[in-house]
Ligand binder design. Structure first.
Ligand SMILES: [Zn+2]
Length: 264
């Protein structure tokens, strides 16, 4: 039996034993799950939290080395809670549903036929924009913690049918970014990574994967190391991004009514 067939048998068995849950609210998913990944009650909320378009604006972040970056969601509310459940509480199985959702929102892919199956990539096989995936590595001293970007990368790699390589490693200790301003964050990460698997990188178009993008300092430092290691191109993606939301204007209908002196 082929490995893929074995894997699908294994997934059916695990689905029966451990039913899938909505990553936003933790309810068990039924046959009415939206895209096979969300409970119907969370579908509208998921739509509100999407980063549209997924490509991140350069005015809000600093991607000094990566060709660009994209995120599926704003790092807010239910999405933030779901990611923190994985990071802080070790509930890593949410990453499967979150990664499937993010991949559907960022790439040409269609939802799986039913809950528990893999979304289907619709890209043209011989015109793929990337050759492989490289996850952002853990910081020095945190190698034993769950490697969230790597979990995401491996799941995304299965959907997009791309190999995943641990091609980067940090070269020094770096303090957490959260207490630093933009200049401090860029400086803290700069020259912080090197390539440790050159054959995986040289001449490759690389999809760099992280869980959350904030300033862009980490993915930029990783992209710089990949370019210095011989990569042909680097584009970064993440599940979510910390970013100011654009100001939401009242819809045109209301403006028109107010201008005409009508009120509901
Ligand atoms: Zn839900």
């Amino acid at each position: 039996m082929k490995l893929t067939a074995l894997r699908s048998v294994w997934e059916t068995v695990t689905l029966l034993c451990f039913p899938r849950r909505c990553p936003l609210c933790d309810r068990v998913l039924g046959c009415d799950a939206v895209d096979g990944l969300l409970c119907p009650a969370c579908a509208a909320r998921e739509k509100e939290l999407r980063h549209l378009p997924p490509r991140l604006p350069l005015t809000e972040h600093c991607f000094y080395a990566a060709a660009g970056a994209a995120s599926a969601y704003y790092y807010e509310q239910e999405i933030r809670q779901a990611i923190l459940r994985c990071k802080l509480h070790g509930h890593l199985w949410y990453l499967r549903e979150l990664t499937d959702l993010a991949t559907l929102r960022m790439f040409p892919a269609q939802p799986a036929e039913r809950t528990g199956l893999l979304p289907v990539y619709l890209g043209v096989p011989h015109l793929r924009p990337f050759d492989c995936i490289v996850p952002v590595p853990p910081r020095l001293g945190e190698e034993r913690k769950p490697r969230i970007p790597e979990y995401i990368a491996r799941r995304m790699g299965r959907i997009l049918d791309l190999p995943v390589y641990r091609a980067l490693r940090p070269v020094r200790r770096m303090q957490p970014q959260k207490d630093l301003d933009l200049a401090g964050r860029l400086e803290n990460r700069k020259k912080g990574y090197v390539v440790c698997d050159y054959p995986a990188v040289v001449g490759r178009r690389i999809l760099l994967v992280d869980d959350v993008i904030t300033s862009g300092a980490t993915v930029s430092a990783c992209a710089q190391a990949l370019f210095e290691g011989g990569a042909a191109d680097v584009f970064a993606v993440s599940l979510a991004v910390e970013e100011e939301r654009p100001h939401i204007l009242p819809n045109n209908k209301e403006i028109r009514y107010e201008a005409a002196g009508h009120r509901h």
